[in-house]
Ligand binder design. Structure first.
Ligand code: HSE
Length: 372
């Protein structure tokens, strides 16, 4: 039997406890042994929770318990989450997380520490929520040179853009509705400004190309300025305005990574990914295009990915997978120099340009790159 602990009993942490409990038989079959939740660490008191008897406030209880072999970190951010992850790995425990900020900013260090200690550090839930995405990328597609990745990786903004189109509302109103329904957080800055999508783009780049990409190097434009008029124009052509993360590499090895709203034509499957769903197209030189689609956020779908990582960590407890990437920086190019078609609008008039480089574009009030 393997004992585990959950650090942080919020949306994802509580989902992990639920999935682990309700699907205990499937988890045990996959892991090859029973996985028992022994502790939940959270600073809050939750006397009414069915898991109340497992709750402790002091992480060192987990750290010092030799019975605990797996720690799930669902605290988020790079504060105590970083400290506790370092300490758990240093104590020889496998760590599983959904924390994209921590992986994007400290992945090199934490993966090296895991390797040194002979344990796994897994983070499938950090990109695409419940969608199996990172393991296929580093495992099943490892025979490929990854040429490009393009995707909708933020459920909150995709929900808002879809709501704008379907209800005919401007962004502020769609945001309030999304917050009331729990699709957007009270502080939605990291979603609206594209920061969350940038962190996910970095993790995809790290895994695809084996070199570290720091989030502050990625050009980003969020959705705050997307107007209903542009969404209606795109819809009138059967397409949509979508916040995309884009990664591509040229023959010289230079990588282009950015996050921005795009005009997505009807011919792309990404135009039809609505609401809180995510979808990512990975293009490999051997396999061609592959599409990963599903629920990109939410307690139980995200917990599906976290608990799947727990199963894999236990199954490979004696032969860790040794995932990692180099701290050598990725050589980056400027996406503005990439030839593209553009959606441009001046007042009421809009059009799609021919293939042209950005510096040749006519002055326009609004422009979005077209996904070709
Ligand atoms: N805020 C994130 C999203 C949560 O909306 O996609 C999942 O990473």
């Amino acid at each position: 039997m393997m004992n585990m602990a959950i650090l942080g009993f919020g949306t994802v942490g509580s989902g992990v406890a639920k999935v682990l409990t309700e699907n205990a038989a499937e988890v045990a079959a996959g892991a090859g042994e029973e996985v028992r939740l022994k502790y939940i660490v959270d600073v809050r008191d939750m006397p009414d929770s069915p898991f109340a008897p497992l709750m402790v406030k002091d992480f060192s209880i987990v750290e010092q318990d030799p019975e605990v072999g797996v720690v799930v970190e669902t605290i988020g951010g790079c504060g105590v989450a970083l400290t506790f992850t370092r300490r758990a790995l240093a104590a020889g425990k496998h760590v599983v997380t959904s924390n994209k900020q921590l992986v994007a900013e400290h992945g090199v260090e934490l993966l090296a520490l895991a390797k040194e200690k002979g344990v796994n550090y897994f983070f499938e839930a950090s990109v695409g929520g419940g969608i199996p995405l990172l393991r296929p990328l580093f495992n099943d597609l490892s025979a490929n040179k990854i040429l490009a990745i393009k995707g909708i990786v933020n459920g909150t903004t995709n929900y808002i853009l879809t709501a704008m189109e379907q209800s005919g509302t401007e962004l502020d109103e769609a945001l309030k509705e999304a917050q009331a329904l729990g699709y957007a957080e009270l502080n939605p800055d990291s979603d609206l400004d594209g920061t969350d999508a940038v962190r996910k783009a970095c993790i995809l780049a790290d895994l695809a190309w084996g070199r570290e990409l720091k989030p502050d190097l990625v050009p980003v434009e969020g959705i705050r300025n997307v107007a209903l008029q542009d969404i209606r124009n795109a819809a009138s052509a059967g397409g949509a305005i979508k916040l995309l993360c884009r990664l591509q590499r040229d023959e010289s090895g230079k990588a282009y990574v950015w996050v921005a709203p795009h005009f997505v034509p009807a011919s792309s499957m990404l135009a039809h990914v609505d609401s809180a769903y995510n979808a990512v197209i990975i293009t490999g030189n051997a396999v061609g295009d592959t599409l990963f689609y599903g629920t990109g956020a939410g307690s139980i779908p995200t917990a599906s990915a976290v608990v799947g990582d727990v199963v894999d960590a236990v199954r490979h407890k004696n032969a860790p997978r040794g995932i990692g990437w180099s701290d050598a920086p990725l050589a980056l190019g400027d996406p503005e120099t990439l030839p593209s078609r553009w959606y441009i609008r001046s007042g009421e008039k809009w059009s799609i340009t021919d293939m042209a480089t950005a510096d040749k574009l006519p002055a326009a009030q609004v422009r979005y790159r077209v996904l070709d």
